[in-house]
Design a protein. Structure first.
Lengths: 135, 531
């Protein structure tokens, strides 16, 4: 796998239906050369982890705009570990400042709150692959 | 008449209407006097001179008693009604103790599991005096049944109730995703609910078409207007199939628009909406009743999607510009976004400030002094004409796609919105679309720390305990019998579910039990699993 174009699963965990952000991000990541798999709404953490394993993705991006980010992210991370996934998690959505370090402490690699730029997210992901080399 | 509002600063009386000094055919045909067809200027002859628009901030969080306290706070601070936000589990027909509801209970709205919760929700609110607005869509029949039940128990005749319900499943499919059953089943339930309301609860309007959601997914003003009109007409057609006269339906539909900081164009959109509505109903539906031809509107004083994390105090300025759009556009009720929208659901303080924005506009400014102050502006009239024309083109495109149901099922509307959302984001990132504090004039000073609303981490446990008590206290046989009857009725598309629904909620069947029952009858898409 070459730097910057790893497969990405973008998921909507829980009950939040707002999907403007996730679609816009999917397009930006595809334009940057990534293969992006987009889930529908209402996916459980278990289903997200299963898809991450099945699709052999490098990244799982969670989009949560209804406040459940702490609990849902924790569950996704647990499920990914339990299912032996080898991918990293990034989270975006309506996330108060105080929850950013808490999400990182859980094991997320990055948090991109509302207003984060697409070019910033894309560049960040590309930078991770460069520094880590081929998986 | 309020003298301060209608007198100039030098003391002379301001006229109700300013119009061309010479007879003007175009004025009569395309604008009309305030309160007269095609209602471009305002639905009321007096506009806001005798009374302002009604502030109608939306709220709800935690348990019903928490939401009730916030409703009462807002009413005391000038909100004109109770406008209810339900949490996601409730909107999706899940009980608070459902596995897929964890992390979401009471988080962005209030948790309602049964009629008992609904009673607590409206405790101390005089239903014959205070209008009630509910944002509920898939589960609309359930909450309308609960409202009817509470009203009857309190001795308030259903005809005395005022308010509205969104009952707007098409916008869920288009923008927000909170659907439970497939579209035909959802439309059947929506029709049952609306029919019951038109016939028995005529003061509570059956539809509040949330064009503001289209705005939130990046629709342009013309798209917002055109798509919302197509949805409204679809609802009218749906009720006509049930024998309800389009005039009766139209008189009980409101449209709920979004606004931004581009207040001239947004005010033009609202003016175009009134004209478009009255012309469609007169020319396509042969409606003559002025009550039906007058489009009543709600709008939000600046959509939350325009509110940013940086310098949140500046979001108050954005809400003022949005409020200006709403008031220059002549809306009847005005929702408000709080300055902390990019972070959390609002606090009492941030909602109080949102009300004050509207109150400053209403009491300190002269936006109410004359009706439709922008009328006759070359710019605004040109924008009004243009938006109306483009909105008609959107409507025509939807018709070409086979109608709004097909346009949604085929994802055409959604694709349009995704494309536009991407363009908007690209323009923000290139700087072509300036946002002060974000991509231009970034502050060097640190913004004060916001005191945000804090979710209650014990709510799940408390709700589970409440549910256990409820289940223990109620009559299981009565619940089972009512659910069985409801399922039977739901299986027959020619029957309305509403009477059985009222009986069922009165046995204290839970929202989850009722939803499962309807799903047995109607089938459903999986929730909480692989879609």
């Amino acid at each position: 796998m070459t730097a910057g174009d790893g497969r990405i699963l973008l998921a909507k965990p829980g009950l939040d239906g707002h999907d403007r952000g996730i679609h816009v991000l999917a397009r930006a990541l595809r334009d940057a050369g990534h293969e992006v798999i987009l889930t529908g709404r209402f996916w459980t953490p278990a289903a997200i982890a299963r898809a991450a394993v099945d699709e052999d993705v490098e990244w799982v991006g969670l989009s949560i705009l209804a406040g459940g980010h702490m609990g849902l992210t924790a569950e996704v991370l647990d499920e990914l570990r339990a299912q032996g996934a080898e991918c990293d998690v990034i989270v975006g959505g309506t996330i108060p400042d105080k929850d950013v370090p808490r999400l990182l402490a859980l094991g997320c690699r990055a948090v991109f709150p509302v207003g984060s730029r697409l070019d910033e997210i894309t560049a960040w992901i590309a930078a991770q692959s460069t520094t880590e080399g081929v998986r | 008449m309020n003298d301060f509002v209608t007198r100039s600063q030098t003391g002379f009386p301001i006229d109700r209407e300013y119009r061309p000094s010479l007879p003007d055919e175009r004025y009569d045909r395309d604008l009309g006097a305030p309160g007269e067809f095609p209602y471009t200027r305002h639905v009321r002859a007096e506009g806001y001179r005798d009374r302002p628009w009604q502030p109608s901030l939306y709220s709800g969080h935690g348990e019903p008693e928490d939401a009730n306290a916030r409703f009462r706070f807002l009413l005391a601070e000038g909100n004109g009604r109770v406008s209810i936000a339900f949490d996601l589990p409730t909107q999706l027909g899940l009980d608070s103790d459902a596995p897929t509801a964890r992390h979401e209970v009471g988080r962005v709205g209030t948790a309602i599991d049964s009629l008992r919760d609904f009673e607590v929700l409206l405790d101390g609110i005089p239903l014959d005096q205070v209008p009630v607005t509910m944002n509920m869509n898939a589960l609309a029949p359930v909450v309308v049944a609960m409202l009817a039940s509470v009203a009857r128990r309190r001795g308030v005749p259903l005809e005395k109730l005022r308010g509205t319900i969104s009952n707007d499943i098409l916008n869920e499919v288009a923008c927000r995703g909170l659907t439970v059953w497939d579209l035909p089943s959802s439309l059947r339930l929506l029709g049952d609910t609306a029919q019951f309301m038109v016939e028995q609860m005529p003061g509570v309007w059956a539809f509040n078409v949330r064009a503001a959601l289209l705005h939130e997914v990046a629709a342009s003003p013309a798209q917002e207007l055109g798509i919302a009109m197509a949805m409204a007409m679809r609802y009218i057609d749906l009720l006509a199939e049930r024998g309800i006269d389009p005039a009766a339906s139209a008189a009980r539909i409101s449209l709920f628009f979004g606004t931004s900081t581009r207040f001239f164009e947004d005010a033009a959109k609202l003016r175009a909406a009134r004209r478009m509505w009255s012309r469609i109903l007169r020319d396509e539906y042969q409606v003559e009743d002025p009550q039906a031809l007058r489009l009543r509107m709600t709008a939000v004083a600046c959509n939350g999607s325009h509110f940013v994390r940086e310098d949140p105090e500046l979001n108050l300025v954005r809400s003022a510009l949005g409020a200006l759009a709403c008031s220059l556009g002549g809306v009847q009720t005005m929702v408000g976004t709080a300055m902390d929208e990019a972070y959390e659901i609002p606090t009492e303080r941030t909602q109080e400030l949102a009300l004050r924005v509207q109150q400053i506009l209403s009491l300190e400014s002269d936006v109410r002094a004359t009706v439709d102050p922008l009328g006759g502006s070359y710019f605004v009239e040109a924008m009004t004409d243009r938006i109306e024309g483009e909105a008609h083109a959107v409507r025509a495109q939807i018709a070409e796609w086979g109608g709004i149901d097909c346009a949604l099922t085929d994802q055409r509307i959604q694709s349009l919105m995704h494309d536009r959302a991407f363009e908007v984001q690209r323009d923000i990132e290139s700087g072509e679309r300036p946002i002060v504090g974000v991509n231009v004039h970034r502050s060097t000073q640190e913004a004060p720390q916001l005191t945000l609303w804090e979710p209650d981490e014990h709510i799940g446990r408390r709700r589970a305990e409440s549910l256990a008590l409820l289940r223990a206290a109620r009559n299981d046989a009565a619940v089972a019998a009512a659910l069985e009857r409801l399922e039977q009725v739901a299986r027959d598309p020619r029957e309305s579910v509403m009477n059985a629904m009222i009986e069922t909620v009165e046995t204290y069947a839970t929202v989850g039990e009722i939803t499962e029952c309807l799903s047995r009858a109607l089938g459903r898409a999986a929730v909480g699993g692989v879609a």
